[in-house]
Design a protein around this ligand. Structure first.
Ligand SMILES: NC(=O)c1ccc[n+]([C@@H]2O[C@H](COP(=O)([O-])OP(=O)(O)OC[C@H]3O[C@@H](n4cnc5c(N)ncnc54)[C@H](OP(=O)(O)O)[C@@H]3O)[C@@H](O)[C@H]2O)c1
Length: 284
């Protein structure tokens, strides 16, 4: 069962589903912001039996902290954190009763590691990580597995929506130096990082499928090995100074080297995608 909050957007999925539509794939309405909508969807499933729950809905947010209203920060948490909590409250008790089930959650490497100008988004994904790290032990006792999928940058609608929102950010309360850091430095790095390190949604889906079908599902699973050294820094130094200094030097002192590494990675990514397209017969 695939769900979406707005069924008017179902056409692309129906096209991809092809002959599976209404045979092995059903599309249902579900808004993670509404307990009623979640209940309606779960009640429509025979015996309310969900074997594997994949929490994927999420929204991004970038920009200086002063540029976002409290209402928009609360909306972000309402989807990224409370949305997951609403689903769990509806589905986890049934899984406990049956003593089986698998909860798969689309977290992010930004649930492990903070990032410049992603303060609120990181906080929402840290909340997800903390919640499930706490729940995982109890779940294990009931035979329920939990897996957090932690992608790095993914080239999807997410990125397009973020850049669209940046155009309408209210920077009037933000000092000039922070504005320059955000618009001049962050935005150019962000686009380079997405092109250099970005995975496709299909790649992340394939990794997710691997986690779902594995005999002993991992609790944490990073989909992008290029990003792993960055998250590892944090565990190497409990004082937190090592990752902070590493980021500081990378962005402010060795920025040329950083940009050159990104350019090299971009070229490798381009080559990888070209080879993949050839392999799938999509190349020129
Ligand atoms: N893209 C990245 O770089 C990246 C990296 C790491 C992790 N992630 C995480 O991966 C997940 C998927 O993101 P994506 O990259 O595929 O972005 P996306 O293309 O923007 O997809 C996000 C989906 O969430 C849905 N959604 C938002 N609010 C919802 C709600 N209240 N109820 C139900 N659905 C809702 C959106 O539906 P509408 O079309 O109706 O808005 C959209 O289909 C998110 O949790 C994101 O945080 C993304």
């Amino acid at each position: 069962i695939a769900t979406m909050r707005n069924l008017e957007k179902r056409e692309a999925l129906e096209r991809e589903a092809g002959p599976a539509l209404d045979k092995t794939l059903e599309i249902k309405e579900l808004d993670v912001g509404s307990e009623e909508s979640i209940r309606r969807c779960v009640d429509s499933i025979p015996q309310r039996k969900v074997d594997v729950l994949v929490n994927n809905a999420g929204v991004g947010m970038i920009g200086p902290v002063e540029s976002h209203s409290m209402a928009s920060v609360q909306r972000l948490f309402d989807t990224n954190f409370f949305g997951v909590v609403r689903l769990i409250r509806e589905i986890y008790p049934d899984m406990k009763r049956r003593r089986e089930g698998h909860i798969v959650v689309m977290s992010s490497v930004l649930g492990l590691q903070g990032l410049f100008f992603n303060d609120f988004y990181c906080a929402s994904k840290f909340a997800v990580e903390g919640f499930f790290e706490s729940l995982a032990l109890q779940a294990l006792k009931f035979g329920v597995n939990i897996s957090l999928i932690e992608p790095g940058p993914v080239i999807s609608e997410f990125e397009r929506k973020l850049y669209e929102e940046v155009k309408n950010l209210d920077l009037s309360a933000v000092d000039k130096e922070t504005q320059d850091l955000f618009q001049g430095l962050y935005m150019s790095y962000s686009k380079d990082v997405f092109t250099a390190l970005g995975q496709s949604s299909e790649e992340v889906a394939e990794h997710t499928m691997k986690v779902i079908t594995s005999e002993k599902p991992p609790f944490r699973y990073q989909t992008n090995s290029l990003y792993t050294p960055i998250t590892t820094l944090k565990h190497a130094d409990p004082s937190g100074i090592l990752p902070l200094n590493a980021f500081h030097q990378m962005v402010f002192q060795h920025d040329r080297l950083f940009k050159a590494s990104l350019s090299l990675l971009k070229m490798l990514q381009w080559k990888k995608r070209r080879d993949l397209d050839h392999g799938r017969g999509r190349g020129p």
